[in-house]
Design a protein around this ligand. Structure first.
Ligand code: PEP
Ligand code: MN
Length: 349
């Protein structure tokens, strides 16, 4: 990672830097942060001549060589200073709550809009809602592009930013053009490296977040962080890691709850963690305690499926969405837990 002396390089300096590293078959990926831009070297950067040439440039401060597989997502990376916001909340400073239905029903606009208003009322920071849905069966409801309009309307009526899942480049493009605030990469696509690259490129320098779910098939924690590295290495460091349960499921739960990995993620990466307890336990009665557990393990926030009328909702809502009436007191308890758990969390997490 190349750290320049100025906050960012001018065009001439950038061109010269690119020319130097190209001689060593290295590409440069600028990572634009709020305060400064740093420049990741993509390729084998071990040649000592490369290091000397780059460090010899008058406008370069130094090269940080991070010895972990994820050099951008590592706590030692300069990106560790990156601040990511959910609505007005700066992650790491106060607890963020994302809530909304599993899917936005294009045939029942009012349910989404009324739910959005109820969520705003109780202090939710961002709305969630699927426009396109990854369904196990090709015959189940797959979502509908018309739902994006409804989600955008919910945003303009409530002022709350919106998060929605994209499953391919085309959907990502539609959402970038529509100015969606947060792009969810779901559990089924968290290992789709090409999509992670494309999304990183498409959302670079746009002040858009990526909420990266943990795949239900991911094993080691580093595998999850490396998936995030793909997005950062392609230009967007505004990444939030989202544990959501893995396979095999524990009998009675939809997946194996994995909120406890939050402490491990926080030891290795600077990325904020927002846990999804809804898909992890998969039943609304277990969701509140799972939220508290996640925050106990140091989560910066939670993303929960919530619907004014879960029985009328699509996708997962009838079984796992909670109502705003349940969420309202839960948010208060989550905030108390957020303060309380700090005492027991490892330093610097
Ligand atoms: C969802 O958020 O509705 C969803 C499909 O999530 P996941 O990718 O975690 O299954
Ligand atoms: Mn869902």
């Amino acid at each position: 990672m190349i750290i320049p002396l100025p906050h960012r390089l001018n065009k001439k300096q950038y061109k010269e830097l690119v020319a130097v590293v190209n001689e060593f078959n290295i590409k440069i990926q600028p990572i634009v942060g709020a305060e400064r831009t740093i420049y990741a070297m993509i390729g084998d950067e071990s040649d000592p001549r490369l290091i000397k040439r780059v460090e010899g440039l008058p406008y370069i401060d130094r090269i940080d060589r991070v010895q972990v597989p994820f050099k951008l997502m590592s706590k030692k990376s300069n990106l560790a200073k990156n601040q990511i916001k959910v609505g007005r909340k700066v992650l790491g400073q106060s607890l963020a709550i994302i809530a909304g239905p599993c899917a936005v029903d294009h045939k029942n606009k009012n349910l989404m809009l009324e739910t959005a208003h109820a969520l705003k009322e109780i202090g939710v920071d961002m709305l969630r809602g699927g426009v396109w849905k990854p369904r196990t069966s090709p015959y189940s409801f797959q979502g509908d592009e018309k739902s994006l309009e409804i989600l955008l309307e919910a945003r303009s009526q409530t002022g709350l930013p919106i998060n929605t899942e994209i499953m391919d480049e085309e959907q990502a493009r539609i959402c970038v053009d529509a100015g969606v605030d947060s792009f969810q990469v779901g559990a089924r696509n968290a290992l789709n490296y090409r999509l992670l690259q494309q999304l990183g490129e498409m959302t670079a320098n746009k002040n858009m977040n990526v909420l990266l779910k943990r795949s239900m098939h991911m094993g080691p924690v580093n595998e999850f962080i490396l998936a995030a590295e793909y997005i950062a290495a392609n230009g967007n460091p505004n990444i939030i890691l989202c544990p959501r349960g893995t396979m095999p499921a524990i009998q009675g739960f939809r997946n194996s709850p994995d909120e406890s990995i939050t402490v491990l993620l926080k030891e290795r990466t600077w990325a904020p963690v927002i846990v999804d307890p809804s898909h992890s336990v998969g039943k609304s009665v277990y969701v509140p305690n799972a939220c508290l557990a996640a925050i106990g393990y140091g989560a910066d926030g939670i993303v929960v499926e919530c619907n004014l009328n879960p029985g009328k909702g699509l996708g997962d809502d009838p079984k796992q969405a909670i109502t705003p009436d349940t969420l309202a007191p839960l948010i208060k308890d989550c905030r108390a837990m957020y303060q309380r758990s700090k005492k027991y969390l490892p330093q610097g997490s």
